[in-house]
Design a protein around this ligand. Structure first.
Ligand code: ARG
Length: 463
């Protein structure tokens, strides 16, 4: 239980804060993650104060040196959050006062925690967007590698989770690479709106002191400066955007996880997980479970829930800063950390997955996978597609009635349904030929998929 603590405020108060209020309002257990960014921001602020003559050059240098010392202790791992501090800004201020004495009390000149915390969160989000984009790239590379290794493998493609048409496994893996690419693009785009300097807004109105925001922006590598001080301390769009991009990423990862979960069942038998990435059952000795993938699939719920909670928390907030905003960090940190963990484990899992090429052929014994090829074959012979669709539908139903596979029908049996069938129709019930017959750009044709693989290999090499 905390007793008392020094605050960044308190002059106008005659009573000590209720201990439960202290505990309730404290955010250090969450925002300690901002320590590095808080220090980087403070160092830039202290430099600016000296340069603008708001503190002396010597004072500025002392402040910068003191802050840099704290930063180094963090990098060495010799720093821990102080549970009695109100928040990370308070803890760093207290440490600085211990190090430097009264000069430390000049650091908060022309700055409020409102613009300070907005800055810290933007610096955190900016880093996170870059780190996550890199982590997505690693998963993409692992997927492309897997696709390239098994480039010749044909599997049934599904719609409505019913067998549809033969596809290359590589083609489906590349579908996920495309999805992830959009996530990278969204992160890069969100970064543009993260990358705006809020510092210098003060509490909400700016300051009467002669600060230089442009200089701070340059030091912290912000291409833009927030143009309205009220917006600067109130805006959390940038964080909402990041969390929403990550919710979408989470949904993509959950869909991939689900496909792999299905594919590793004995019923599908397309993939097998490496033992190092599977888990067992405490009761059933034979089990090899895809818990990692299930956790990733479930995590999408946490991400979407976090986004919804964050949006709801923002709704109807009056301008400008309100303490409600303290909750924002929970949503941001948990989304960033969950996404990063999921991407890291997924990349490793994909690198160790194996395709059960022997078992896959069993799935292809279903000639109806090629029914669409038969209809397109009739179209090539002048039959309107809708008629061809009906004819082949009848063929499928008749084969089913006779207990035969489509490929077991004789030419004369086929010709009972359309005189346009000739000998070449009988060769269509081959999944490999089915993919080879595809020719439209973006299709599962092996030559086109090979080109797509090459494009991705090239693109991922240079990014
Ligand atoms: N811990 C606070 C937050 O995360 C810092 C800003 C506090 N500002 C204030 N006016 N009480 O939002």
């Amino acid at each position: 239980m905390r007793t008392s603590r020094s605050k960044l405020w308190g002059g106008r108060f005659t009573k000590k804060t209720d201990p439960f209020v202290e505990r309730f309002t404290s955010s250090i257990s969450v925002d300690y993650r901002l320590a590095r960014y808080d220090l980087e921001g403070s160092i830039a602020h202290a430099k600016m104060l000296g340069r603008c003559g708001i503190v002396s050059r010597a004072e500025s240098r002392r402040l910068v040196r003191g802050l840099a010392r704290i930063l180094r202790s963090i990098e060495r791992g010799a720093w821990a959050p102080d549970p009695t501090a109100e928040d990370i800004h308070t803890q760093i201020q207290q440490t600085l006062e211990k190090l430097l004495g009264s000069v430390a009390r000049k650091l908060q000149t022309a700055r409020s925690r409102n613009d300070q915390v907005a800055l810290d969160l933007r610096l955190y989000c900016r880093d996170a967007a870059t780190t996550l984009a890199t982590a997505i790239r690693s998963v993409q590379r692992a997927l492309v590698k897997l696709a390239a290794t098994y480039r010749g493998v044909v599997i049934p493609g599904y719609t409505h989770l019913q067998r549809a048409q033969p596809i290359l496994l590589a083609h489906q893996l590349l579908a996920y690479v495309e999805m992830l690419e959009r996530d990278v693009e969204r992160l890069q785009d969100a970064r543009k709106r993260i990358d705006v300097l809020p510092l210098g807004a003060g509490a909400l109105a700016g300051t009467s002191l002669p600060i230089d925001r442009r200089y701070v922006a340059k030091l912290l590598k912000f291409p833009r400066i927030a143009e309205n001080s009220i917006d600067a301390v109130s805006d959390r769009d940038f964080a909402l955007e990041l969390v929403s991009v990550l919710a979408m990423l989470g949904i993509h990862l959950s869909r991939f996880a689900e496909d792999v979960i299905l594919w590793t069942t004995e019923e599908f038998g397309i993939l097998s997980l490496d033992d190092a990435f599977a888990t067992g059952s405490s009761l059933m000795p034979q089990k090899k479970n895809p818990d990692v993938l299930e956790l990733i699939r479930g995590q999408a719920g946490l991400l979407v829930g976090g986004l919804t909670a964050f949006l709801t928390m923002m709704k109807g907030l009056p301008l400008s800063y309100n303490r409600d905003l303290q909750w924002d960090k929970r949503f941001v940190f948990s989304a960033v950390e969950a996404s990063h963990d999921a991407l890291t484990v997924l990349e490793r899992l994909v690198r160790h997955v194996e395709v059960r090429a022997d078992r896959v052929t069993r799935l292809l014994k279903d000639d109806t996978l090629c029914a669409t090829d038969l209809a397109e074959y009739l179209v090539e012979r002048g039959v309107p597609f809708a008629d061809a669709h009906g004819i082949v539908g009848n063929v499928v139903a008749a084969a089913e009635r006779r207990g035969k596979r489509l490929g077991e029908l004789t030419l004369s049996e086929l010709q009972q349904f359309s005189p346009r069938f000739d000998r070449r129709a009988l060769a269509l019930f081959d999944p490999k030929r089915s993919v080879e017959r595809k020719r439209s750009f973006g299709s599962t044709n092996p030559r086109l998929v090979r080109q797509a693989l090459e494009r991705w290999e090239q693109r991922l090499r240079s990014s």
